[in-house]
Design a protein around this ligand. Structure first.
Ligand code: ADP
Length: 268
């Protein structure tokens, strides 16, 4: 039960230090299940990584949590609120950064500034227009320079677009952030910057992130959810990052490395 209710923000976000996201026997998928009977409870602040090969259901899981897809079975709860298949209610708690496909980018034919100023209305709360001061703060927080604030978002680099969507999630002021592959298709420096940003956000919120590059966020990660072929394994980093566990999903692609340093580099 929530005992520490903060003042309502102007977006009417219910803030509670004990907020819990509960996945209650969740079976997700379409014609067939992608993950079966997933039961988990996550509190804020924390950082959860969802790992699994392409097609294992990571995006489907995030979209199910956000209420955008109905699960085949089970429920999604935030505290006592049942948000299963209810994006209108889920939007009070959850912001989602979608995978940065061209369809997503083309859906917003506007400048970076306009994107942040007006996209709130496109989101679930139908909230009021955000102040210029808040937008400027969010853009500064994600380190997007002033000289691009009036550029069309189609003209931004991949890393800048990811930051723009993260700024939008910050402005939405929800306690839960779902980030779908925020480290994909961006340059190495942006990967580092965005990893740091995600780490920072996870100090005050529940952040659930899917990625094919888990190393960059590993030091800040509380739990890893591994999914594949209907199976899942949830545990701490030390529980999951073991050859015998990872082999269930990645087979011979798991390579133990001693004295490891991860170099983030681009290739031409
Ligand atoms: P991941 O994010 O792990 O790559 P997805 O959740 O995107 O996996 O997709 C999991 C599986 O579900 C894939 O086989 C994909 O083709 C299928 N899928 C995704 N969206 C739909 C949909 N709207 N209808 C039917 N099948 C879908």
């Amino acid at each position: 039960m929530c005992t520490d209710v903060y003042k309502l923000s102007r977006y009417n976000v219910h803030r509670c230090s004990e907020m819990r996201l509960v996945l209650d026997g969740l079976t997700i998928g379409y014609e067939r299940p992608l993950v079966s009977k997933l039961t988990a409870a996550f509190s804020k602040p924390s950082l959860i990584q969802v790992l699994g090969p392409n097609g294992s259901g990571k995006t489907t899981l995030l979209r199910t949590i956000a209420g955008l897809i109905r699960p085949l079975d089970g429920r999604v709860l935030v505290d006592d609120d049942d948000i299963t298949g209810r994006p209108d209610i889920a939007g009070k708690y959850i912001s989602m950064l979608p995978q940065m496909t061209s369809t997503v980018v083309n859906a917003f034919p506007m400048t970076l500034w306009e994107f942040l100023k007006y996209s709130r209305k496109l989101m679930n709360n139908g909230g009021s227009v955000i102040s210029d001061e808040d937008i400027a703060k969010a853009l500064e927080l994600v380190d997007l320079p002033r000289n691009i604030w009036n550029l069309n978002i189609r003209k931004l680099s991949g890393g800048q677009r990811q930051k723009a969507f993260i700024a939008r999630a910050i402005l939405s002021n929800t306690p839960i952030l779902l980030l779908d592959e925020p480290l994909s298709s961006i340059d190495p420096q942006s990967k580092i910057q965005i990893s740091k940003l995600i780490t920072k956000l996870s100090k005050t919120r529940l952040v659930i992130v899917t990625t094919h590059d888990p190393t960059l966020l590993m030091n800040a990660t509380d739990n890893i959810l591994l999914i594949n072929n209907g199976w899942y394994f949830l545990g701490s980093v030390s529980d999951v990052m073991k050859v015998e566990v990872l082999k269930n999903v990645y087979n011979e692609c798991v390579v133990p490395v001693d004295r490891c340093l991860h170099i983030v580099d681009a290739h031409a």
